[in-house]
Design a protein around this ligand. Structure first.
Ligand code: AMP
Length: 505
């Protein structure tokens, strides 16, 4: 059996109705059970008679029922918005008003009732269900939105990336043809559903009729428990950020002998260090290491390369891969020359898998999205160049950073700080080791006369309420004034210097 993401229906391909479809953090759903749950939920959603195309919010943390809810929405051609519990409620409220969603399906232990007019909490109990309406036929417009994933926005408003059925189909064609995965694979999940890396294992395992192994944050932090789970369920495709695998590699026991079922490490979302690949290939001689690259705006990823020892030896830099067949990647310098390592250019992605744009954000859509030969294109803000037909990535042109694979706009953090009482000015600065961001430090200039010790505590709490945990700066420093450089901009290097030498004068 499988769940066809494109048609939105369950199909009997080779059967296996009793094979696990989803191993959630709470329980296991076989393919037959997943179908029953998803179809019951779809019928229930249909009876609500929600306006056509209105998204449904799905909140929780790796519960098997989250996947049933996702299948239900897809089967109704209704967009879903995945919200992991890592997204604080204040942000969920803003996302809810941006989407206009009236239904929240909440699988978390505490489902706040005020989040949406209709909230179905984890037990499936209806709190304020609307009257039942019958006889509804789900409308199937031309290219319905499959999901809307919200990413950090530089102005402080999260950006809703809309991915349609056509984009998902292009992505899945690539996944089923070029990655060598099969229905026998067990996909090991690490990322929260609100991060598009998770679409790799979620959509691929459903579409191929494989098995999805979900892992909650507590398990992922506990290496012996996590690895025992992977071993016990025969995890064969490890999908994570490179940072996550790197942390596991610090334990010398993390080897192919311990978890022999692993045949693939699939990475995306941030730079993959050569040392991580080298160690993985040494310790897991039976496994492939796949590096992929791409933004959420182009459905998970656009390039792929199997990083063998040979590839490692041939290139000084880590390649991010060959573009998928039905896409075009353009990489030119501002004066129109072909980008090179010494003169990289902005990476532009063109193809069916590109998003139709951010939700309700015409200005940004006009800036970032374009049309090329009837196809959709996206300006990534990443710099890169090609060598031997392979793309190499070399950094960004703006203030977007990656911390442990999570995408963060530094302006998003500053915007949150500026809404706290007593803050006159604020900035978030990344502390790097080489090109990798190690932590984010926040700097704030207090309104004169503010009690500084009280402000530090209040500001921390304010950020915890307003930002996902991974975006909350590791440290916070109050300053009397922001230093400026010769271009009359805030001098971030000077701020970092002040931070690193504080208390030493
Ligand atoms: P996200 O939308 O969260 O997937 O983040 C996309 C961004 O992560 C890209 O625009 C790049 O800046 C970065 N990124 C993704 N994959 C890679 C990779 N393999 N190597 C380096 N950076 C990457």
């Amino acid at each position: 059996m499988r769940f066809n993401i494109v048609t939105g229906g369950f199909e009997e391909v080779g059967s296996h109705a009793h094979k696990p479809a989803v191993i959630g953090s709470d329980r296991v759903l076989t393919w037959a059970q997943l179908q029953v749950e998803a179809e019951a939920l779809a019928a229930r959603i249909t009876r609500l008679n929600l306006p056509l195309g209105e998204p449904v919010l799905i909140r929780g943390h790796k519960e098997a029922d989250m996947v049933a809810a996702i299948c239900a929405c897809i089967s109704l051609n209704r967009p879903y918005v995945p919200l992991d519990v890592v997204v604080p409620l204040e942000r969920v409220r803003r996302i809810r008003s941006a989407t206009g969603a009236s239904l929240l399906i909440d699988h978390s232990p505490e489902a706040p009732a005020d989040l949406a007019p209709i909230t179905w909490s984890r037990a499936g109990e209806s709190r304020s269900d609307q009257p039942m309406l019958s006889g509804l036929v789900p409308h199937r417009p031309h290219d319905p939105i499959r999901y809307i994933i919200f990413t950090s926005g530089s102005t402080g408003e999260p950006k809703g990336v809309r991915i349609t059925r056509e984009a998902a189909e292009a992505f899945l064609q690539w996944m089923t043809n070029d990655f060598g995965f099969t229905a026998d694979d067990v996909f090991v999940n690490q990322a929260p559903f609100s991060f598009d890396l998770s679409v790799y294992e979620l959509f691929t395992s459903l579409h191929m009729g494989a098995t999805l192994l979900l892992n909650d944050a507590e398990t992922a932090k506990d290496a012996p428990r996590f690895l025992e789970r992977v071993r016990a369920f025969g995890g064969s495709v490890w999908v994570s950020t490179p940072t996550f695998a790197y942390l596991y590699l610090t334990d010398p026991g993390f080897t192919g002998a311990l978890v022999p079922s692993i045949r693939n490490f699939l990475f995306c979302g941030e730079a993959l260090p050569k040392a991580t690949v080298q160690r993985l290939l040494e310790r897991f001689p039976q496994a492939r290491v796949l590096n992929t690259y791409g933004p959420t705006e182009a459905t998970v990823a656009t390039t792929l390369i199997d990083v063998s020892l040979d590839v490692l030896a041939r290139y000084a830099d880590m390649p991010v891969g060959f573009p998928k067949r039905d896409s075009v990647i353009r990489c030119t310098t501002p004066d129109g020359a072909i980008a090179t390592k010494d003169a990289p250019g902005e990476i532009e992605i063109v193809g069916k898998h590109v998003s139709i744009g951010y939700l309700n954000n015409d200005a940004l859509n006009a800036e970032k999205f374009f049309e090329a030969d009837g196809w959709r294109g996206f300006r990534t803000g990443d710099y890169g160049w090609f060598q031997d037909g392979i793309l190499f990535f070399t950094g960004r042109r703006d203030e977007q950073v990656k911390l442990n694979g999570f995408r963060i706009e530094l302006g998003d953090i500053a915007a949150c700080m500026l809404t706290a009482p007593g803050v006159a000015d604020a900035i978030a600065v990344p502390l790097k080791s080489g090109d990798a961001v190690k932590r984010i430090v926040a700097f704030a200039r207090p309104v004169p006369g503010t009690d500084e010790s009280a402000l530090i505590i209040a500001l921390r709490e304010h950020m915890q309420r307003g930002l996902p945990a991974y975006m909350v700066p590791a440290d916070l420093m109050l300053v009397d004034a922001f230093p400026v450089n010769s271009s009359h901009k805030t001098d971030r290097q000077a701020l970092i210097k002040m931070y690193l030498t504080r208390g030493r004068e």
